[in-house]
Design a protein around this ligand. Sequence first.
Ligand code: CTP
Ligand code: MN
Ligand code: MN
Length: 514
Amino acid sequence: MNRVRAPTLVPQRKKQKGVHLTSSPRSYEIKFCELVIFIMERKMGVTRRRFLMELARRKGFRVANELSDSVTHIVAENNSCGEVLQWLRGQKVRDSSRFELLDISWFTACMEAGKPVDSEIKHRLIVQQDCSATSETCVSEASSFAADRVSQYACQRRTTLNNYNKKFTDAFEILAENFEFRENKLGCLEFLRAASVLKFLPYPIVKMKNIEGLPCMGDKVKCVIEDIIEEGESSQAKEILNDERYKSFKLFTSVFGVGLKTSEKWYRMGFRTLEEVKAEKTLKLSRMQIAGFLHYEDIVSYVSKAEADAVSLLIKDTVCMFSPEALVTVTGGFRRGKKTGHDVDFLITNPGPKEEKELLHKVVDLWEKQGLLLYCDIIESTFEKEKLPSRRVDALDHFQKCFAILKLHQQRTGNSNSNISKESDKAEVKDWKAIRVDLVISPFEQYAYALLGWTGSRQFERDLRRYASHERKMMLDNHALYDKTKRTFLKAESEEEIFAHLGLDYIEPWERNA
Ligand code: CTP
Ligand code: MN
Ligand code: MN
């Protein structure tokens, strides 16, 4: 595929030097004068739009920055015809018939062909009947959906948070977790993959015919689906929810610092509740587990988007004090648009001069002094030890990182404020919440790979790596992409470039909720 250099993540100062941005198009030779393309930003985002515009210009297409009179072709992604028309009305366009309204598939076909391709019917945006989610439209959606063309790889599916099949995917996730607790990796993966495929389906499953042709639907999976269609719930999942081992493991692993090994041990020792574990004074708990028990209630209650934003501000402020040039990016579930998370994940990189082994230490030391650090475990970088991307699909990376628990002071509303200041009310009111935070530091050259790796979802990451090795003879991890045929590492400055190296269409973070 095209080896594209996308607009980079280089911070402002550097951008001005070498890297070209869209506002003043570099003069590429125009090969195709007859059409002028305008790419809609709606639902696409600035970065991707900029990337696509640059790509098309490099290939000799005329691309307009604005919706000017010269525009002939409008390209939209994930927008229905109705949505594009509505947007055009908002732009005060009176006669939209002068444009060809096209789906991104047309644009991609042009880029692949290196010249304009016919705007065949399949690429055109066509007005359809109202698609409000009545069961009738859903059924017609299901019948027009090409199930046999759904990829087995999550990295070739756009999976938003809009899940029509939660009833099914919840059951699958319980079954997968039960397999995980019993250390049956294959069983676990089978159900995680099936859940991921159903999260992508644009309609709810109402009959077995709806899953015909879909990948990852083995017999065990089908059995569960049939059960839910017929009975309204999965008897297997229900049984598991009542299973003693499952219940204990679920409880134990909800404590920060407790994994399968510890759960197994506690289960064998006969413990079934956290109270029983806490009461056993002879148990040796790790520092992480002690913190986990101490802040248990706060940590099991999910982090909200507002809390994640507040933590984000705090982190950016602190990092900036020591390293004003550093980029701090929220990754994980919140970058994928989730409204809650079990923690908040951050990636930090410094485009400035090298060193910065100390940055993380300086940051946590300051929080410690400010009384904001409830727990912290810094893992030093182990990068030098290994060179090639790891073959293991679930391998951990080598970045310096920190698993922490931060004290987030909560904004008080007006009346609770007056409550606290009352002289009689001396009892301490807890006005903070313990929040789990993951901080990862990556060298600037590896930033795009680290960002892709830490954005998830886990299933999306697994399939990216599986796709790279099975379909492209490449090895991908959180640091690099290695082409085994050419025996070279492929450099990338943006996520778009990594997808392009892999020959994949770009998938936005919020479409990676596989
Ligand atoms: N990750 C990783 N290496 C780890 C831990 C996490 O590469 N040792 C990546 C995974 O790809 C994961 C992402 O970082 O998708 C974020 O991990 P995590 O916080 O566990 O999951 P989220 O998707 O953010 O979900 P949640 O909202 O529950 O936090
Ligand atoms: Mn997370
Ligand atoms: Mn995390």
